[in-house]
Design a protein around this ligand. Structure first.
Ligand code: PLP
Length: 278
């Protein structure tokens, strides 16, 4: 059943992604911009790092100079103020702390996708960067969207069962992350997500597991979908997350495959428009 979202407010909604580039178009800022566009949100982007990759693997990661990244962010913020901001792969510790300083005090909802490795296992953040994410960026986030591996590294503890998952989430709440949507993983024929808000009961959201589905960029696309709904003015987080998971599932399950490796999510399959009809 499709739950209607509450109606939006922005006449011309804008979202900014601060993320890395994936030339194959499945993940990174390319995924974010396609998702924004598909959902009727104007997309702006600040590039943090450039990967050389295709669906078969990542062969190079080049971080961009800190001043170049910050200038891009300033150029957008001073001219096209976004209604939501999303971060993806950010690069090094210093840059993460500087980005956090730029975003601190802002009133626009921030979705932090704490990207640490690519789907092929290529590292996109070193240990000091993980500390900077936890200390500086997570407390600013409206929502943080880690997968289980990212949760383990951010909380600095293993997450092998549900008890450990709760403890790791608690640690991130203590570190200032107010809300988390944890991509908890596969349970039989289902994929589980936990929506954890400090002081509230955890909500478990499920989708069917798609065998051979389009996985590359699924995390980026989920966070970008949530950022789009926030930019559109929706505010009920449980409904937003439910809707976003359903939309991304469509892109993962789409029969259109691209490339010869891990197929990227099919952004064109994301149901377009605002489901509230406004
Ligand atoms: N950002 C960049 C630039 C990437 O290259 C990747 C993965 O390759 C990601 C983010 C994360 O991708 P996913 O959504 O598949 O976890």
């Amino acid at each position: 059943m499709r739950v209607p979202l509450d109606s939006g407010h922005a006449e011309h909604p804008v979202a900014l992604t601060i993320a890395g580039s994936d030339p194959s178009g499945g993940a990174g800022l390319q995924a974010d911009l396609k998702t924004f566009q598909q959902l009727g949100v104007y997309g702006a982007s600040a590039v943090t790092l450039i990967t050389v990759q295709n669906t078969r693997g990542v062969s190079r990661v080049q971080l961009l100079p800190e001043d170049l990244v910050l200038q891009q962010i300033d150029a957008v913020l001073s001219d096209i103020p976004p209604h939501a901001i999303k971060t993806g792969a950010l690069g090094g510790e210093d840059l993460i702390r500087s980005i956090a300083a730029r975003l601190a005090g802002g009133t626009v909802p921030l979705v932090v996708d704490p990207v640490l490795v690519s789907k092929h296992g290529a590292p996109l953040a070193d240990p000091p960067a993980v500390v900077a994410l936890r200390e500086n960026l997570l407390p600013l986030a409206f929502l943080v969207t880690p997968n289980r591996h990212e949760l383990e590294r951010l909380a600095e503890m293993p997450v092998g069962d549900l008890v450990e998952m709760r403890r790791a989430i608690e640690r991130l709440h203590e570190a200032g992350a107010k809300r988390l949507l944890v991509k908890a993983g596969r349970a039989g024929d289902r994929m589980l997500h936990w929506l954890a808000e400090a002081g509230k009961e955890t909500v478990v959201l499920e989708t069917p597991w798609v065998q051979g589905g389009n996985q590359h960029g699924s995390g980026c696309t989920l966070a970008a979908t949530i950022a789009s709904f926030l930019a559109l003015g929706h505010s009920d987080l449980a409904v937003i997350c439910r809707q976003a998971i359903d939309r991304v599932w469509q892109a993962v399950a789409s029969p259109r495959h691209f490339g010869q490796g891990i197929s990227p999510v099919d952004h064109m399959a994301i149901e377009s428009g605002d489901p509230s009809g406004s």
